[in-house]
Design a protein. Structure first.
Length: 341
């Protein structure tokens, strides 16, 4: 550990190094997931978080363990950042019984009641009214927990976005809406889809405090999220963050991303990598060493490898699992009960 009395954003050197490890962990996990997808171990759609690590780690580092999060289908990194075991996440990708949803949800449906991870959602913007509902329940119970709702720039044009923000503002709900603006939605550049160049006018329309943040700088993300969380937790109502980031891969594993140039992608990778930006900052402030970065990388790489091995060696769900977790009272599926009579 580098010897220094300097801190960054009120975080200790140990906390900063842990943030660095978490970002590397997300990167290596997603890279391993992509490898397993190409090997045919993972089926269906899979949306990688590579390039957006500063958003997830910066935001979740500002939350308490009992706070809740809801997300879109690009949520593997958020699940791990919230505390889910990487092996459990990978097993869910593999469709194995040891996954967080017993292999039934796959890539787009991470869930953990214990960790307050209330689902990735495959329907664009579906998480937004859900987050408002969870926040209302917290408010009704007199809790001081909050909801962090993560969504992409493509969700902004859905009616659910406007309905959720309006209601949250009227009722002063404890929810922080986090737009992970990776600038391309599914395949269209934001400047072609939005009539405005930021979410400021939309936030103003619902009288919600707004801040635009550099999503490639984990410290800037952390500080902005901390401000929003403190405001919301104090009872002042919802906040909206537009965090401008960039995904280094296509929308999903099957997307060749022909809508943007390879030169643009290389420019972002070489000059705006969030992990590289963070490492440079820590080195300049004498808060870490290259050896510590290398140790974190080696550790994260091994964890990702172990996660894949765990998933590969885990059993498939039994056929009977088709009929469990369907009804709230655990009485199994209606069709199954009918057939058994």
């Amino acid at each position: 550990m580098a010897i220094s009395n300097v801190t960054l954003a009120g975080l200790t050197q140990a906390q900063l190094l842990e943030m660095h490890y978490s970002m590397i962990m997300l990167r290596r996990f997603e890279e391993k997931g992509a490898e397993e997808y190409t090997r045919g171990k993972i089926a269906g759609f899979m949306h990688l978080y590579i390039g957006q690590e500063a958003v997830g780690i910066g935001c979740i580092s500002a939350l308490r363990p009992d706070d809740k999060i809801l997300a879109s289908y690009r949520e593997h990194g958020l699940a791990i950042a919230k505390g889910m075991d990487p092996g459990v996440v990978m097993a869910e990708l593999f469709g194995k019984i040891t996954g967080c949803s017993k292999g039934k949800g796959g890539s787009m449906h991470m869930w953990s009641n214990e960790l307050g991870l209330l689902g990735g959602n495959a329907i664009v913007a579906a998480q937004m009214p859900m987050a408002s509902g969870v926040a209302l329940a917290m408010q009704y119970q007199g809790l001081d927990t909050i909801v962090a709702c993560f969504f992409g720039d493509g969700a902004v044009d859905e009616g659910a976005f406007h309905e959720s923000l309006n209601l949250a503002s009227i009722w002063h709900l404890p929810v922080v809406y986090v737009c992970e603006n990776n600038q391309y939605s599914m395949g269209m550049a934001v400047q072609k889809a939005w009539a405005v160049d930021s979410l400021l006018p939309r936030a103003a329309a619902y009288n919600i405090p707004y801040e635009q943040v550099d999503g490639m700088d984990v410290i800037k993300v952390y500080e902005a999220m901390k401000r929003a969380v403190e405001r919301t937790r104090s009872g002042e109502g919802p906040s909206l963050l537009e965090i401008k980031t960039y995904r280094f891969r296509g929308h999903s594993m099957t997307d060749p991303a022909y809508y943007r140039t390879r030169e643009e992608e290389q420019q972002w990778r070489s000059t705006r990598d969030p992990i590289g930006i963070f490492e440079k900052k820590l080195l300049e402030l004498d808060l870490a060493t290259q050896a510590e970065f290398d140790q974190n990388d080696a550790r994260a790489t091994q964890v990702a490898e172990d996660a894949a091995e765990f998933a590969d060696n885990s059993p498939e769900p039994a056929l009977e699992e088709l009929y469990t977790d369907v009804m709230a009272d655990n009485s199994t599926a209606l069709s199954y009960r009918y057939e058994r009579k």
